[in-house]
Design a protein around this ligand. Structure first.
Ligand SMILES: Cc1ncc(COP(=O)(O)OP(=O)(O)O)c(N)n1
Ligand SMILES: Cc1ncsc1CCOP(=O)(O)O
Ligand SMILES: [Mg+2]
Length: 270
């Protein structure tokens, strides 16, 4: 496994997921630790599929969850705010919900039928296009993607590809990754520089609920959020997820996707 992954890393793979449905938890932790040592040498994040506890034990960079796995909020409780939490999606409503609930990225697939995930209906490139147009967090197209059909997926709007068998089932993973990356880069240079998940000023955009309304914001802290609404110098109280946050802490209080903020001001007589 380590040889194959190192070859992919040499070819430019820029994120690695440990997906192993057979090993025991004990074996998974061992594998994840060894993989983490390897990916860290290449400065590449390691994601563990399905198991936040294994991700934590191996100091991996995040976890990938499916629709049947634990909720994002529970994984975050286990992993803390800094690690990556990704979620599989198969239709646009699930993608919107994932964004809303604070996923860091979504899987979009299976784009094509694949023996790696047998019995799963393909979502086709139509869903890839929908996600690319509608979703701000990074979208990773997955499922049956090979060098032969990568351009079709990229043409549909994907800018991140995940491939399993096309890479690990090839005798030269490095060469496959290099060629896939060339395709991704060719499509990136054809389209305006607009990173998925980042808006045009470069800051990540998240969805929050402000005084009961769904809003998008680039604010990283409560202070920035107040400033966005020109409230920072007004005599108001802020609540984050039902807790009052003292004004002196606004600058160091993070706002994250899906959180609820109430800005309350006082009026005479009540
Ligand atoms: C990047 C990415 N996308 C989708 C999946 C599939 O996750 P899930 O639906 O939970 O299925 P399993 O992989 O657990 O069989 C993934 N692993 N990675
Ligand atoms: C895990 C997973 N989830 C959706 S498709 C898939 C398998 C992707 O593997 P392959 O690249 O071999 O089709
Ligand atoms: Mg899963």
């Amino acid at each position: 496994m380590l040889e194959v992954i190192e070859s992919a890393l040499r070819g430019g793979a820029d994120i690695v997921q440990l997906r192993d449905k057979i090993s025991s938890k004990r074996e998974l932790v061992e594998k994840a630790k060894r993989l983490k040592d390897l990916t860290a040498r290449y400065g590449v994040p390691l994601i563990v599929n399905d198991h936040p506890d294994v991700a934590l034990a191996a100091d991996a960079d995040g976890v990938h969850l499916g629709q049947e796995d634990m909720p994002i909020s529970v994984a975050r409780e286990i992993l803390g705010p800094k690690r990556i939490v990704g979620l599989s999606t198969h239709r646009i409503e699930q993608a919107r919900a994932a964004e809303w609930e604070g996923a860091d990225y979504i899987g979009v697939g299976p784009v094509f039928p694949t023996a790696t995930k047998p019995g799963r209906q393909a979502v086709t490139t139509a869903y890839v296009s929908q996600a690319a147009a509608d979703i701000r967090i990074p979208c990773v197209a997955i499922g049956g993607i090979t060098e032969n059909n990568a351009d079709e997926v990229l043409k549909a709007g994907a800018r991140r590809l995940c491939a399993v068998s096309a890479i690990v089932g090839h005798d030269d993973p490095e060469a496959v990754c290099r060629r896939l990356l060339e395709k991704i880069e060719a499509w990136n240079s054809k389209t305006p520089k607009f990173e998925e998940g980042l808006n045009r000023t470069g800051a990540p955009e998240i969805r929050v609920v402000i005084n009961g309304r769904n809003e998008r914001t680039q604010a990283a802290t409560l202070l920035e959020l107040a400033a966005q609404y020109k409230l920072e110098s007004r005599n108001i109280v802020a609540e984050l997820d039902g807790e009052v946050v003292p004004r002196r802490l606004w600058g160091e209080t993070s706002v994250r996707g899906g959180c609820a903020v109430e800005f309350v001001h006082f009026v005479g007589g009540g």
